[in-house]
Ligand binder design. Structure first.
Ligand code: NAD
Ligand code: ZN
Length: 357
């Protein structure tokens, strides 16, 4: 048995108002005259957070457009622009949801690794460390702050750059930053965390390491979405830690059916990760009966709309494309259904599932 030697984030600061320590945290990481580049989610244009960024010298804020999920082309263009302007940087700080954080990870890596980010979509293809990188979530749930991947849509696939060089060197977990997120978005991204827990805890890759984090994250999700009515400061704090623990859980196991199916939707239709997972989870009674029942309860209790009928007008070649993308995610299926997964999740079965979404 070969056990995974898991690379973690180097430094973690947690607490309401921790963002105020950013200047101090970055100071020892500043190299010569090279700037810190802040990738700020474009939602924050003109918002107070933009004015709280500790700019020094040639530092720069780059507002990143996350209307669509990160693409390899976008990463390559950002890396090329920064190389042309500065040569090197002292660091890249991603501030936003999973999309802005993933862009920061990927651009940091592509400033030091040759070629296109599309060349590195896969497992352990990155060979050179990137520049110092920091993740600061303003939405909780994806676990992107702790993961060893940055999920990119490329010319032929949606797949992360999974490597030991991908995790952040530093994360700043400040629950105050998530307080104004819109209720629907917060739910979709929060459910990403809930689904990570179900897929990890119900998977064949489960072990005590994953289980201890997954159970804690699930417990926090339940406190927020099942037990409480309404949102309060404590909910921001709980969901931020649920995201962290859920991310740690899948880091040592794997995600499952909802993710494998939603990657196909996202590749073909551009469906975003959180909502895509919810659309799929709504139809997974066969695989996660208790989880889906509780998921539906939370949807209803929190008065959230989950879209339906999104595959209604697709052509047969489009179904084929989604099925190909989905079935290529072998570890996800193996975790969900066991080593015999190919005889369980046939193309026909997956076609029927996509049809129901
Ligand atoms: P997101 O980053 O795509 O952001 C969703 C929307 O919320 C955007 O419009 C953004 O501008 C807005 N937003 C962000 N913070 C806000 C705030 N505080 N207030 C108001 N609006 C705010 O959403 P997400 O669900 O956090 O991330 C999804 C992305 O993360 C996908 O690209 C997915 O592929 C990726 N992901 C990565 C990992 C990983 O391990 N690297 C894991 C899961 C998902
Ligand atoms: Zn996810």
């Amino acid at each position: 048995m070969q056990f995974k030697n898991l690379k973690l984030v180097d430094y973690v600061v947690y607490g309401r108002g921790a963002f105020n320590q950013l200047d101090e945290i970055l100071a020892p990481r500043r190299k010569d005259n090279f700037p810190m580049i802040f990738f700020l989610d474009h939602y924050f244009i003109g918002k107070p957070l933009a004015g709280r960024i500790p700019l020094r010298g040639k530092d720069k804020i780059v507002y990143v457009d996350v209307t669509q999920e990160p693409k390899t082309k976008q990463v390559d263009a950002l890396a090329a622009e920064l190389k042309a302007e500065f040569g090197e940087v002292s660091g890249i700080i991603g501030i936003g949801g999973g999309s802005a954080m993933d862009l920061a990870k990927a651009v940091s890596l592509m400033m030091t690794n040759p070629g296109s980010s599309a060349d590195y979509q896969g497992w352990d293809l990155v060979k050179v460390p990137g520049f110092f990188k920091v993740g600061i979530p303003t939405l909780s749930g994806t676990g992107a702050e702790v993961s060893r991947t940055t999920v990119l849509t490329g010319p032929t696939r949606k797949l992360g750059m999974n490597s030991d060089f991908t995790p952040f060197n530093q994360i700043v977990l400040d629950p105050e930053l998530t307080k104004n997120a819109p209720a629907n978005q917060r739910f979709y991204t929060g459910m990403d965390c809930y689904i990570h827990c179900i897929e990890s805890l119900e998977g064949t890759y489960l072990n005590e390491f994953s289980k201890s984090y997954g159970e804690k994250a699930l417990d926090l999700c339940r406190k927020i979405y099942v037990e409480k009515t309404g949102w309060d400061e404590e909910s921001d704090e709980q969901l931020m830690m649920a995201s962290y623990a859920g991310g740690m859980s899948i880091a040592y196991s794997q995600v499952g059916v909802a993710h494998a199916v939603s990657y196909g939707l996202s590749y073909l239709l551009g469906t975003k990760h959180g909502i895509g997972n919810c659309i799929v989870m709504n139809h997974l009674e066969e695989y996660y009966p208790a989880g889906v029942e509780e998921f539906k309860f939370m949807v209803e209790k929190n008065k959230i709309e989950i879209p339906t009928g999104i595959c209604a007008n697709l052509t047969e070649p489009q179904f084929d494309e989604m099925i190909n993308i989905s079935l290529s995610l072998k570890p996800l299926w193996e975790n969900a259904l066991g080593s015999n997964w190919e005889s369980i999740m046939t193309r026909e079965k997956l076609r029927a599932l996509y049809n129901r979404l």
